[in-house]
Structure formats: structure tokens, C-alpha cells
Write a protein that binds this ligand. Structure first.
Ligand code: TYD
Length: 143
């Protein structure tokens, strides 16, 4: 099931394959994920005070899963912003390009998996919020 958080950002229930040995979730590019998968990375060992993110991507699509523990992810499309708690491997948060993200309140055991549509490219990051808002406004004014 898809639940919209803000425009261009939603979370999805993962299909869980469960039996008496435990559970398995498979995420395929172009099937469950609305993009082809080029990269996976994960964040772990975060302190409770850590704040991460504070950027948006010009072209990257991402799928974010708390495979263990929990954290709060703030998502902002330049028109509205919302906090989402990620606390289950059964849920994936999809963010299209041009979503500003900030992460905080990591539990000690949090492992945050991010699946991404392209390889790492610092040139496609927007790390300044004013620049992000300038781009949102420019896109809104484009005919
Ligand atoms: P950073 O963007 O600060 O992480 P976060 O999104 O959690 O705030 O990235 C930390 C460092 O890791 C930075 O030097 C860039 C590097 N990095 C890679 O080399 N490859 C990657 O895929 C990612 C996501 C980051």
C-alpha cells in the first residue's frame, strides 16, 4: 500500500515473504522500486544527537528503509514539510528528486538502508537550502 507523505514523497508497505523460518523482503528495481537500482548504502553507528542529510538531489531517486532500529526523517518539497518516523524493515520511503531531507533521533541500533537510482555524484547534490528553494521556485515559474 502507498501512503503519500507530501507530493513526490510516499511510503510503501513492502511485500513480506514469511514462513516459520522468518521473513524475507526483496526489492527489485523497476518492480517494487520505481527506478533501476544503481547503488545501495547504509548508515549505522549513529549517536543519538547525530543529524544527517541536509541536502536534496537534482536527479536522484531514493528508497529509504530502517532495516533495524528507528530514526526520524524530515522531508520537504519546498511547499510542505513533514516528519516521518521510520521504524520497520517492512516500510520503504520513496523520495523523488528535489526532496530536501534531514535525519535525526537515530536509535542506537539504527541501520538505515538507502537504495539509489545512480552512482554517487557530488555534483547532483544541493546542500544549501536557499539554493534548493531557488530551484523549486524556478521550476514552478517554468511554463
Ligand atoms: P553525507 O552526504 O554527509 O551523508 P548523509 O547523507 O548521511 O548526511 O556523506 C558522507 C560522506 O560520504 C561524504 O564525504 C560523501 C560520502 N559518500 C560517498 O562517498 N558515497 C555515497 O554513496 C554517499 C551517500 C556518500
Amino acid at each position: 500500500m502507498r501512503t503519500q507523505i507530501i507530493e513526490n514523497c510516499a511510503y510503501y508497505d513492502h511485500p513480506v515473504i514469511a514462513d516459520d523460518r522468518g521473513s524475507l523482503i526483496a526489492l527489485e528495481g523497476g518492480n517494487i522500486l520505481p527506478f533501476e537500482l544503481a547503488r545501495a548504502y547504509f548508515i549505522f553507528g549513529t549517536s543519538p544527537e547525530a543529524q544527517r542529510g541536509f541536502h536534496a538531489h537534482k536527479v536522484l531517486h531514493q528508497w529509504v528503509v530502517a532495516v533495524a532500529g528507528s530514526c526520524v526523517l524530515m522531508v520537504d518539497n519546498g511547499r510542505e514539510r513533514k516528519d516521518v518516523e521510520l521504524n520497520s524493515p517492512k516500510i520503504g520511503l520513496y523520495a523523488a528528486p528535489m526532496i530536501w531531507k534531514e535525519m535525526r533521533d537515530f536509535s542506537g541500533d539504527c541501520v538505515l538502508l538507502v537504495l539509489a537510482s545512480a552512482k554517487y555524484d557530488e555534483a547532483e547534490y544541493i546542500r544549501n537550502y536557499d539554493d534548493f528553494m531557488d530551484r523549486v521556485r524556478a521550476a514552478a515559474n517554468r511554463p
